[in-house]
Design a binder for this molecule. Structure first.
Ligand code: BF8
Length: 703
């Protein structure tokens, strides 16, 4: 799988060109279908539209109208633009603006969540309730909101207002930076990069990178670090917390993933985008018995809701709604001809969906005042009438069901376990009374777990879809590195079977022992891209639990974004680096035109903040570099060198086989235990969105 030179079994002797496009057989099947229909997708448009080599490498300055200035050719490192801006200035300005763009997107999402919480709490959005009061109390504590003797909604109003202040406060620092280790807070203060307010940091980067302001690459990059922290420890972290308050803090549950979750005999609705406020209402509306009866009256067996991109992750983590795929699957979902309505909100929505939907009966519906697409219908979403709007959208899909033409649903759907929050990980390592990260820390110290890897981010049509993500997941767990995933990388891993309960068999001996003892799989789905903040929280707790240094930069941990595509990914990579993590991105470097900026972001940032941001397109080199970084941190902590021969299969194996079989709803396991994409011919299966009970894990710990 994933070998571009593979021979197409359907036509012996010929090479299937689409094998170079994706490792996902569902995608490959749909690319053939698209070709048969004469329709192009991002996969094929990437061949037709080569990236501009000057802009791609950070050598193009478009800041003013004396340019664009292009510093290329012989002696490019010494060239300057018309104003005299040199290569480091140009590359770092461009990079900082990417960070600001990503921070703005994530954090505006976070602001919307705070506004939804405010509306829910003050009664102006009656369809929303506070689902997780315990989390509200914890967040109130972080934000300095008094709770004693107060009504839940009164507390929630103040929490929302303090959260909103974090975006535009004129004075002070972002409160959540206090959740970092004491050492990290002190370092940020010393360097002058503690973020003050989200909007201020974004604005300041835009100002500094305007023509003729900050012309020192090192200083520009410092402002990028500060701006990114306003996302990681500000907008994104608030977004995660407020989503948990409103929709519930995730706990493990099972579901399925890939285009095969669409159902030939049901009304299919796909929600695509990022914010859970509408998609959560769509879950409710699609489960309404009246709506289901209306669908049945039109001849459908029921209503099937599925997701694409991060809104899929939001409703997977909390309701078990199956993701139909990641970023590059959005067009493929429409190409099935089985989607009655695709409802989109903000971010990662391709304009190509609009002309594509018009080739089918699919209605593309925009819902955010911030995001319209020519050719799409617009149904404005308003929190005040949230459920009514969701029902209207479901009804639009039901009414469209009889207009459906031929359907081509690739029959691939893989079981998965998702729903791992920081809170749940804490709980499962000690129960309500002894919640801690001690077992994980001890396992890392002993060497059973070699280290931690966070694999996050997008698909990118310039590289083989999912290949680097899946190969890295597979390689890490085989080498006893525990993996956490978010965003489209999580969906990639899930499609390849790495979030299925059976995958314990693919883990190395030490990791397997620990995962069996704690009762968690070796690959943990932590949620959407804003939920990368959960990884910051986990790393901070691991750092403060004891035995592994004092801060994130002491930990044997790496962050990877193998298929990064958008500015949000750049912001995430930067805030992890600013928080002390070594981060490696795939695809290619947006600053490679400047050797000085490349140096500043690697060895320069390592000296400054303990973390770094590297770019390496080859996944095998990403793996080798990650293991080198992890082992170097182990050595610096004076931990025993990683030695897999020390650990063997634990005595729990038979018991856990039974647990896994129960979770997967299957009687057996695949022969090799690795990414066996299921390919049966039963479209009428139930997705089985059951919560994996904490009790199973508690029992497991005691077994
Ligand atoms: O916010 S991983 S392609 S969907 S940007 Fe977009 Fe990238 Fe997917 Fe989630 Ni994150």
């Amino acid at each position: 799988m994933g070998d571009p030179k593979s021979v197409d079994p359907a036509a012996p002797g010929t090479v299937d060109p689409f094998l170079a496009k994706s490792i996902d057989p569902a995608a490959i099947e749909m690319l053939h279908h698209a070709e048969d229909c004469g329709i192009g997708t991002a996969f094929t448009r990437a061949d037709d539209m080569k990236p501009c080599p000057i802009g791609e490498s950070g050598a193009c300055c478009r800041i003013c109208s004396m340019g664009p200035c292009r510093l290329v050719g012989k002696g490019s490192q010494e060239k300057t633009g018309v104003c005299g801006a040199d290569q480091p200035t140009i590359a770092s300005r461009h990079f900082a603006r990417q960070v600001a763009g990503g921070v703005a997107a994530h954090s505006d999402h976070g602001r919307d969540m705070a506004l939804t919480l405010l509306a829910a709490a003050n009664g102006s959005a009656p369809d929303y309730v506070i689902k997780d009061e315990q989390k509200l109390m914890v967040v109130a504590g972080y934000l300095g909101v008094a709770t004693a003797g107060r009504e839940v909604n009164e507390i929630a109003v103040e929490v929302a207002e303090v959260a909103l202040d974090q975006f535009g406060q004129p004075h002070g620092d972002i409160i959540y930076t206090k959740r970092a280790t004491a050492k990290r807070q002190a370092l940020w203060k010393k360097l002058g990069i503690t973020p003050r307010a989200v909007d201020r940091e974004v604005t300041e980067v835009m100002h500094r990178t305007h023509e003729g302001v900050d012309l020192d690459a090192e200083n520009i990059l410092k402002s990028a670090l500060r701006c990114s922290l306003a996302d990681g420890w500000g907008g994104a972290m608030l977004s995660t917390d407020i989503s948990d308050i409103l929709f519930g803090t995730p706990s493990p549950l099972t579901s399925e993933v890939n285009l095969g979750v669409l159902k030939a005999d049901q009304v299919n609705i796909v929600v695509h985008g990022h914010e859970p406020s509408l998609s959560a209402m769509m879950v409710e509306a699609s489960r309404d018995p009246e709506m289901i009866a209306e669908a049945q009256a039109k001849g459908a067996a029921g209503i099937n809701l599925a997701g694409i991109c991060c809104t899929a992750n939001e409703i997977l983590m909390r309701y078990g709604i199956p993701p139909a795929g990641n970023f590059l699957h959005q067009e493929l979902a429409v190409l099935t001809g089985a989607v009655e309505v695709m409802v989109v909100d903000v971010q990662c929505i391709m304009q190509a969906l609009s002309p594509l939907a018009q080739r089918f009966h699919t209605k593309l519906v925009t819902t955010s005042p911030k995001a319209r697409i020519p050719g799409a219908e617009h149904v404005q979403f308003d929190e005040a009438t949230a459920l009514d709007t969701a029902k209207a959208l479901v009804r639009m899909a039901i009414d469209n069901y009889p207009n459906r033409g031929p359907v081509h649903i690739p029959d691939y759907h893989e079981p998965l376990v998702a729903g791992f929050s920081h809170e749940y990980l804490n709980y499962m390592q000690g129960g309500f009374h002894r919640a801690s990260f001690r077992p994980l820390n001890d396992a890392i110290i002993a060497g059973r777990v070699r280290g931690l890897a966070g694999i996050v981010g997008c698909n990118n049509a310039r590289v083989t879809q999912d290949l680097a993500i899946v190969e890295l997941i597979k390689s890490f767990i085989a080498r006893d590195v525990m993996v956490v995933v978010t965003g489209c990388a999580a969906t990639a891993g899930a499609k390849a079977g790495f979030l299925s309960p059976e995958i314990l068999d693919a883990a190395g001996p030490g990791l397997r022992e620990v995962m069996e003892a704690i009762g968690i799989p070796p690959v943990l789905h932590l949620g959407s891209c804003v939920d990368n903040s959960r990884i910051l929280t986990v790393l901070t707790q691991v750092a403060t639990e004891g035995g592994l240094g004092e801060d994130i930069d002491d930990l044997p941990a790496v962050g990877l974004c193998p298929e990064w595509m958008c500015e949000k990914a750049v912001a995430i990579g930067t805030y992890f680096a600013a928080s002390g993590a070594h981060v490696i991105f795939g695809v290619g470097s947006p600053v490679r035109a400047s050797s000085e900026v490349t140096r500043l972001m690697t060895t320069g940032w390592e000296e400054l903040v303990g973390g770094s941001l590297e770019f390496e397109p080859d996944w095998e080199k990403m793996l080798a570099r990650s293991l080198e970084l992890i082992d170097a941190k182990r050595a610096a902590l004076k931990l025993p060198a990683y030695d897999p021969s020390q650990f063997g299969a634990s005595g729990d194996t038979l018991y856990f086989e039974a647990v896994r079989d129960q979770l997967s709803g299957r009687g057996g396991k695949p022969a090799d235990g690795t990414h066996s994409l299921s390919h049966d011919h039963d479209h009428d299966h139930d997705h089985g969105h059951e919560h994996a009970t904490p009790a199973a894990h508690v029992d497991a710990t005691e077994a």
